[in-house]
Write a protein that binds this ligand. Structure first.
Ligand code: IVH
Length: 688
């Protein structure tokens, strides 16, 4: 009996160590957090019953996994501790009872409650007010030096107020902190959680998908992976942010002694601090607050796997001591896991606008956190192969925050032998045309422009503002036109008749006329808009302009060879192949013929020489919304003054023109040291 338990203990130790490694070092977990916690709890239980068995290699004896070898090591000035878990109000009350028995001051204690963000714990060092080092948690004693990656995270202040400002207010208040006379000690080490907000994560994945690149699994692993790799420009291009919640160590100055005040103090120093934290006099109120966020966790902009309830008095908390690496003075109140297993009945394939084929799981319907889930993403075909996901498998499905549910992987132990290995389709599931793969991308594409599944999205793109700009042709109308068989490709828009439109629901005289007028107007759009409107893979607005100038009309462009295309700056072998391929498709040829017959056949002036001006020799990238100039307007302005506009920031970029709500281009520009100007600065440069 005891032997059996002993061998179970050894097995659990090995399991937990292995999965710790997968999670913390490789960032590719194989099992869910819930399953991991089950292993760990079983292990802890055995150790509680047999303390003499506890060996130094037990995972309970350290906070995480060993740091990987690639970064310099950093010894933390104090242990970076973990937290014990409570799975519900009863557990939280049991925790309270335990510590109340140890110290009766607990009865009068206050509690600070904070969200428990599911990210990567980081430790930031400030000497004399300057950010000098940043590290991962590693095993709690020693972490990895990821300073250069962390420097790209804008939420991290590179300087915090230290000595009294030499300038009088308001100049002296130009620091990040709110001022209020708050100063940092000469050496301050803080801890926070780095993460990617859910919305940003989803936008990032959409961008990657459109570019045919691999999408990421979840925000946590993306943040961790981006911080723990060696190319800081990549880190800069990922929307990582952080929230700080702890002072790990300080020298040369005093810091507050209550958790609530620590949060206020950190905020005043200019650190990003959660605004969801609250302080309570009673544990029950703290539990209620935690429950409120359990119900409302969708409202949090990041993934949180629980709330942390902390004894507010940090002296008391410290005196309560530890159990292993878990301080007694705080507890993680975990939200119920949003992971379940269910049967994978089938694998379907969806076709996106650019023709990307995305596999999705058809699941035996299952409830996850109050929502019935029947579909989940499988990311891409490589993912299915890597995880060896088979039709008929029991699969583990996760729904976190607002992130689309996804399949974590198969439960291989549940296999019966009847599961079927999956083979990606060789033909588009909607139109039956062979699918294609572009070198260097993971995605498979349907390149048939007349594919019905793509058609709706294609037409939407064709008529959109940056393309043919046909006002009044919204998504609903596009669907109607296609549904009624009036539009089979984008060229059909130009032969629509009033009688046909009047047959559609919601169309009266005026509306039909307005739409026909807008379509008529679009016939006069420029060649670069038309090229961009075709939706050729890899050809955005900027490149469409280059192609238009170089070839002059669609006939010449359609005859261009890959070699000729590659003469154009910015066109590499992949894009050249994609252009040649597009024009070679019979369906696309037919569209071109129809466009020509309909009189949609603009010609561009072949440029040869570019304009000379104050911006000659300079390359610009525009990001965000500018106050006066539209995107096209900015491009025209720059080109009219001899400058060049490209789509993406590189070392060759002279200036990034910054508007409101900039994207990741700003981070990349900062990381590469590219100068950033605003619209006014651009006009000044141009001599305005
Ligand atoms: S307090 C003694 N507060 O959760 C301090 N941790 O499962 C112990 N975490 O390793 C940590 N948000 O990485 C604390 N507001 C928060 C947190 C938080 C996220 C993470 C942290 C920790 C893990 C414990």
């Amino acid at each position: 009996m005891v032997e059996k338990l002993r061998s179970r203990y050894e097995e659990l130790k090995a399991q937990v160590n292995f999965h710790n490694y997968r999670y913390h070092v490789l960032d590719t977990p194989l099992i869910s957090d819930l399953e991991f916690d089950r292993f760990l709890n079983e292990l802890k239980q055995i150790e509680a019953d047999h303390p003499d068995w506890i060996a130094s290699d037990s995972p309970t004896q350290r906070a995480g996994a060993k740091p990987s070898e690639r970064f310099e090591k950093v010894r933390h000035p104090a242990p970076i501790l973990s937290l014990g878990n409570a799975f519900g109000a009863q557990d939280a009350r049991a925790w309270y009872e335990r510590i109340r028995k140890l110290d009766d001051r607990v009865e009068r204690a206050k509690f600070t409650v904070e969200p428990k963000i599911d990210g990567l714990s980081v430790v930031l060092h400030y000497r004399d007010g300057a950010f000098v080092q940043g590290a991962t948690r590693g095993d709690g004693e020693v972490g990895e030096d990821i300073t250069s990656n962390l420097r790209t995270v804008k939420a991290i202040p590179l300087r915090i107020p230290l000595t009294p400002a030499p300038l009088p207010a308001p100049f002296g208040s130009a620091s990040r902190g709110e001022g209020k006379g708050v100063r940092a000690p000469s050496y301050l080490v803080v801890r926070g959680e780095a993460f990617i907000p859910i919305k940003e994560f989803e936008a990032l994945n959409r961008r990657l998908e459109e570019a045919g690149e691999k999408t990421y699994l979840n925000p946590r692993n993306t943040a961790a992976g981006s911080l723990r790799q060696l190319d800081s420009t990549l880190t800069a291009s990922r929307p990582i942010t952080l929230l700080v919640y702890q002072i790990v160590h300080s020298e040369g100055g005093s810091v507050p002694t209550s958790q609530w005040e620590i949060l206020e103090y950190l905020k005043a120093l200019g650190f990003p601090v959660t605004d969801v934290a609250r302080r309570f006099d009673q544990l029950e109120a703290a539990i209620d607050y935690t429950e409120t966020w359990n119900m409302g966790r969708e409202k949090l902009p990041y993934e949180a796997d629980g709330m942390v309830i902390k004894i507010d008095d940090l002296h008391l908390a410290e005196e309560l001591g530890f159990v292993g690496k878990d301080p007694r003075g705080a507890i993680a109140f975990k939200f119920p896991a949003r992971e379940v297993t269910t049967a994978l009945n089938d694998i379907g394939v969806a076709v996106g606008r650019t023709g990307v084929l995305t596999p999705y799981a058809v699941l035996e319907p299952v409830e996850i956190g109050g929502v019935i889930v029947e579909r989940a993403t499988l990311h891409n075909f490589d993912y299915i192969a890597e995880k060896d996901i088979r039709v008929g498998d029991r699969v583990l499905v996760k729904r976190a925050g607002e992130v689309i549910p996804y399949v974590i992987g198969p439960v291989t132990d549940a296999r019966t032998g009847k599961e079927k290995k999956y083979k990606p389709p060789a033909a588009c599931p909607d139109c039956g045309q062979p699918v294609e793969h572009f070198e260097g991308e993971v995605a498979w594409y349907c390149v048939n422009a007349a594919c019905p599944a793509q058609l709706v999205r294609n037409v939407e793109h064709f008529v959109s503002r940056g393309a043919m700009d046909i006002v009044g042709l919204g998504y609903k109308i596009v669907e109607q036109l296609i549904g009624q068989g009036l539009v089979q490709d984008v060229a059909d828009l130009f032969t629509l008749k009033k009688e046909q439109l009047l047959e559609l629901e919601g169309f009266a005289d005026k509306k039909a006329e307005n739409l026909l007028n807008a379509i008529e107007q679009a016939k006069g759009q420029s060649l670069n808009r038309l090229i961009a409107a075709l939706g050729i893979h890899g050809v955005g607005e900027v490149m469409a302009g280059d192609l238009s100038r170089a070839f002059g009309d669609l006939s010449s462009l359609s005859k261009a060879s890959a070699e000729q295309l590659q003469q154009i700056e910015g066109v590499g072998p992949n894009i050249a192949a994609s252009i040649v391929d597009w024009f070679a498709q019979p369906a696309n040829q037919k569209v071109l013929k129809k466009l020509r017959t309909a009189g949609v056949w603009p010609a561009a002036k072949r440029d040869g020489k570019k304009k000379e001006g104050a911006l000659s020799g300079l390359t610009f990238v525009v990001t965000g919304t500018l106050p006066n100039l539209s995107r096209d307007g900015a491009k025209e302005f720059i080109e009219a003054h001899g400058g060049k506009v490209t789509d993406s920031v590189s070392k060759k970029t002279s200036y990034l023109v910054l508007g409101e709500n900039p994207g990741s281009k700003l981070d990349k520009a900062r990381a590469l040291g590219v100068k950033v100007i605003e619209e006014a600065g651009l006009k000044k440069l141009a001599g305005g």
